[in-house]
Design a protein around this ligand. Structure first.
Ligand code: MSP
Length: 672
């Protein structure tokens, strides 16, 4: 059995998961499913990059020990990927012991081979990039202090003792390697960029810091901490046993390395296309087969940024759209390797046009006709009219072509073209049904043969399409598969091996809509409302409960079994706006904050709330919140709480996020 080893970058834990992280993982998940379906033994690696100054600082800011801080963010990443139904074989953390061992091993080898030496480094350092920057990565700044092009922040001039990797010695070797392995860097345009950069000459690379403590110590010289990229890049081999037994040792490494496909964003291609093969060659190891750099998601044609307010929030995305719809959009909309534009409007339109009106409609009209005209049993191939027989043959040919085109494009990482091929086939089958009008054929028993021919052809085409699209639409394809009366997992069926006769006589399953149409206006109104709430002065508040179900169906549906209350019931709850005047932790109670809140009454009220793990008390002072003012007072830790503050419970752990207002409100204002 052939192996297929695929990786994503490991994600920094100094920010929360965003669309960029989701995207690469989603692509890797799809490619893994595609390969597995075709009989490969796949291994899909993703994980987190947890060392470096930035992360140390982020933890400091959060007021937590670094390890505790990173553990929390890692859990958030994993939960997020889980909510989007993304699977992986292993999640590496650079703080894992086996990884540290493996990195130290590579370091020793590279050093023993004479490619690491000690020296003095001085340069312009960007804390956000975690590295010294070359001239073309900076812009002139005030007072002769350059600024980082990416982060637009002033740089620090640093000089320190450092170990250096002899990158300059690899210029020729790399160029030879690129020449001999034309598929090493993809796409072609990015390959050319890297080639011209390397031809311009390479400087030695500083690979350790004495100023950074949060990282892997340099073997035999622990006052030095390894430079983040030496540590981070090596994850791709330590995760499969390089330099450690825990992950399978040499046997596993020999089996899986070199990686078949390493997916990265365009911003980190240089590290993967220059440093990474150089480190590997210096350690006597083979570089990966392909590093593919994808483009960036923009939003409304502009870079996503908090200031522009165009960041796609993953919670909002998941709340309104099912994983299959999101996967489909990401893979169809972005030409892999180029930038793409992500807007909710485009996502809705795409889902409605391609999935609801396209595949979903084809599936429901075909299966409904099997129920109506054939009592739910797939007919035996009928002898149709000459014209229909010719058309059916054409349809089969179109499906066969789409099958091979899909594979060809997918193998070339042209996901959007692969999907286009499947869409063209869907349109072809749809046209066949519309042209042949089975509903008319059904009126005349003499035309039974033609009717059966049309329906069987459509069913078989649909079956093939479900198999083709299974890596892209895993849940909906499986649903179609089951509705066709097929057993087992479509994910294991090789599309090209599916014949054109088998299921005649097979009873179909229960027919249910696969992709209900989305109401564009309603979905957009809901999203806007949530976004407004998030941008409220109460901070990054999500006031809508996180109700997205973990399992299908393909489009979000209202939660069943809502227990309605009357307006009179609601009127019993007295909700008032209040201002937090003081806030402090309660000794020996980790979760509790004691606040005094001004509700426009003679005295502020004392209210206790279990939010201490998520809010720093000093930052709460002055904030406007919503209080249940007529809740019977109760005692907590011996203190009376005279009301309750409202917060959304987010995620599985129920993280509280305080509710607030967009506009200023007087203290005590009543909420209705
Ligand atoms: N930790 C490094 C990678 C080390 S790999 C050995 C890192 N982490 S990251 O969290 O900052 O970025 C992870 C990935 O997200 C990168 O591939 C980056 O290109 C990608 N994206 C960040 N923003 C993006 C978009 N707006 N769109 C698509 N991908 C983008 O870099």
């Amino acid at each position: 059995m052939s192996k297929f080893y695929i990786t994503t970058p490991i994600y920094y834990v100094n920010s929360r998961p965003h669309l960029g992280h989701l995207y690469t993982t989603l692509v890797a998940d799809t490619v893994t499913r595609y390969k597995r379906q075709r009989g490969y033994e796949t291994f899909f690696l993703t994980g987190t990059d947890e060392h470096g100054q930035n992360i140390e600082r982020a933890a400091e800011k959060a007021g937590l020990p670094v390890k505790e801080h990173v553990d929390r963010i890692v859990a958030e990443f994993q939960e997020m990927f889980h909510r989007f139904h993304l699977g992986y074989d292993h999640w590496i953390r650079t703080t894992d012991e086996y990884h540290k061992q493996g990195v130290a091993e590579l370091w020793r080898r590279v050093k023993a081979n004479g490619h690491i030496y000690k020296g003095q480094y001085e340069g312009w350092y960007c804390v956000a990039c975690n590295g010294f920057l070359s001239e073309d990565e900076t812009l002139p700044g005030p007072g002769d202090i350059p600024i980082c092009k990416t982060h637009e922040r002033p740089l620090d001039r640093l000089a320190e003792e450092s170990y250096f990797f002899r990158l300059s010695a690899f210029q020729e070797k790399l160029l030879e390697y690129y020449e001999a392995h034309p598929d090493f860097i993809r796409p072609e345009s990015r390959r050319n960029e890297v080639l011209s950069f390397v031809r311009g000459g390479l400087n030695d690379l500083s690979v350790s810091r004495v100023s950074v403590k949060w990282g892997i110590p340099v073997p035999d010289d622990p006052k030095h901490t390894m430079y983040v990229w030496f540590d981070a890049l090596t994850n791709y081999i330590t995760a499969i046993g390089y330099g450690n037994e825990q992950r399978g040792g040499n046997a596993q490494f020999e089996k899986l390395w070199p990686a078949d496909l390493q997916l990265v964003g365009k911003d980190i291609l240089r590290f993967h296309a220059i440093y990474w093969p150089a480190f590997l060659l210096a350690g006597g190891l083979e570089p990966p087969k392909t590093v593919f750099a994808h483009g960036f998601w923009l939003s409304g044609g502009r870079k996503m940024s908090k200031t522009l307010g165009n960041v796609i929030d993953l919670n909002t995305l998941r709340r309104h759209f099912m994983p299959d719809a999101i996967r489909y959009f990401c893979l169809r909309e972005m030409v892999f390797g180029h930038d793409g534009d992500f807007t909710y409007e485009a996502l809705i339109d795409r889902v409605n046009a391609d999935l609801a009106d396209g595949l979903g409609n084809l599936s429901s009209r075909t299966l409904t006709m099997i129920n109506r005209f054939c009592e739910g049993v797939i007919p035996i191939a009928g002898a149709g009219s000459e014209e229909l027989t010719a058309q059916a043959k054409e349809v089969r040919l179109a499906i066969e072509q789409a099958t091979s085109e899909f594979d060809r494009e997918f193998d070339g990482c042209n996901f959007s073209r692969a999907i286009e091929a499947a869409q063209a086939a869907i349109a072809r089958v749809d046209k066949f049904i519309s042209d042949s009008k089975p509903w008319n054929l059904a009126k005349d028993p003499a035309l039974r043969g033609s009717l059966d021919l049309v329906l069987l052809t459509s069913v078989l085409a649909l079956r093939r399409l479900a198999a083709i699209l299974a890596p892209v639409l895993p849940e909906s394809s499986q649903a179609i598969w089951a509705q066709l009366g097929e057993s087992g997992e479509v994910a294991t069926v090789v599309p090209s091996a599916l014949g054109w006769e088998q299921p005649a006589g097979q009873k179909i399953g229960e027919v249910k809509p696969i992709f209900p149409k989305l109401d564009r206006k309603k979905v957009m109104d809901d999203i806007k409302q949530e976004e407004n709430a998030q941008n409220s002065p109460a901070g990054e508040t999500v006031v809508v409960p996180d109700t997205a179900p973990l399992e299908t169906p393909a489009v979000a549906e209202p939660a069943p079994g809502i227990a309605y209350i009357t307006i009179d019931d609601f009127a019993k709850v007295e909700l008032r706006a209040g201002e937090i005047k003081t806030a402090e932790r309660v000794p020996k109670a980790d979760k509790l904050l004691r606040m005094t809140i001004d509700l426009g009454e003679a005295e502020p009220r004392q209210i206790l709330a279990g939010i201490a793990q998520y809010y720093e008390p000093e930052k709460l002072v002055g904030r406007k919140v919503i209080v249940v003012a007529n809740l019977a007072p109760r005692k907590l830790r011996g203190m009376e709480s005279q009301g309750m503050v409202l917060a959304a419970a987010v995620g599985e752990e129920g993280r509280p996020i305080l509710a607030g207002f967009l506009e200023d409100v007087p203290n005590g204002a009543k909420l209705r």
